[in-house]
Design a binder for this molecule. Structure first.
Ligand SMILES: *[C@@H]1O[C@H](CO)[C@@H](O)[C@H](O)[C@H]1NC(C)=O
Ligand SMILES: *[C@@H]1O[C@H](CO)[C@@H](O)[C@H](O)[C@H]1NC(C)=O
Length: 219
């Protein structure tokens, strides 16, 4: 009985410690992109068949196309682009911003983000959990680094005169993105306007208008 309690406590502590992807149990597990088997992550291909290209991506020197209503574009480099990232708990993204461009409020359900500004000026922030919902924000310049803790809603906006470029590291091979406006007002099929009118304490007409808007996804 005592042992069971000790074991349960230990396993709870162990699972609480897992803030990002689980540790690998081998050198690497290059994703077999053609496997039809569903596991937590991706199935490994034969390690003897792994090549340098499985760990490689080129083109992050190319700016993303920011000609869109948000004026931003995220170029992800995660396990979808680099199969060798499978099980390694890390990934990268390049984010481009036109002047005034914005990466709208979103969250990464599986990863903490650490971002550095390579060029330009970026106003960034994240909001803490209920009940405080404290906004923690800062204006970053070239060379500055900022952290967005796992799961918290955050945003970035170019407040400089020129283009802004940032690189973000994420503590997951597949951090995922939930853009708040898209998830709430752009759900497919739509969330009932009765539900959203009550949730936001607004008129159903305004909900319908918001739901009819085009929710751009650049992340
Ligand atoms: C950028 O995106 C816009 C809008 O989709 C498109 O019209 C334009 O051709 C794109 N530019 C480049 C360089 O791909
Ligand atoms: C793996 O498959 C996905 C979905 O079909 C595709 O988007 C991605 O580019 C593929 N990755 C590689 C490295 O082939």
């Amino acid at each position: 009985m005592k042992l069971t309690i000790v074991f349960l406590t230990l396993s709870m502590i162990a699972s609480l410690g897992l803030a990002s992807d689980p540790s690998p149990l081998q050198d690497f597990c290059v994703a077999d992109n053609y496997s039809k088997v569903f596991v937590n992550g991706k199935v490994c291909k034969d390690p003897m068949l792994a090549t340098a290209n499985d760990f490689f991506y080129d083109g992050l020197n190319k700016p993303g196309n920011t000609s869109n209503p948000l004026g931003s574009m995220v170029t992800p480099v995660n396990v979808m682009q680099i199969p060798g990232l499978n099980t390694l708990g890390i990934s990268l993204a390049r984010i481009d911003f036109a002047p005034g461009g914005q990466n709208p409020p979103h969250t990464h359900p599986r990863g903490t983000e650490i971002l550095t500004v390579l060029e330009g000026t970026l106003y960034v922030g994240f909001v803490t959990s209920n009940p405080e919902n404290r906004l923690i924000s800062k204006t970053l310049k070239k060379g500055d680094v900022f952290v967005f803790p796992e799961g918290l809603i955050h945003f970035q906006q170019n407040v400089g005169y020129g283009n802004t470029v940032a690189i973000a590291g994420l503590s997951s091979q597949n951090p995922g993105v939930i853009t708040i406006a898209n998830a709430v007002f752009g759900a497919d099929p739509p969330i009932s306007d009765v539900v959203l009118a009550k949730a936001f304490q607004i008129d159903k007409k305004l909900v319908d208008k918001l739901q009819a808007s085009f929710w751009m996804d650049t992340n």
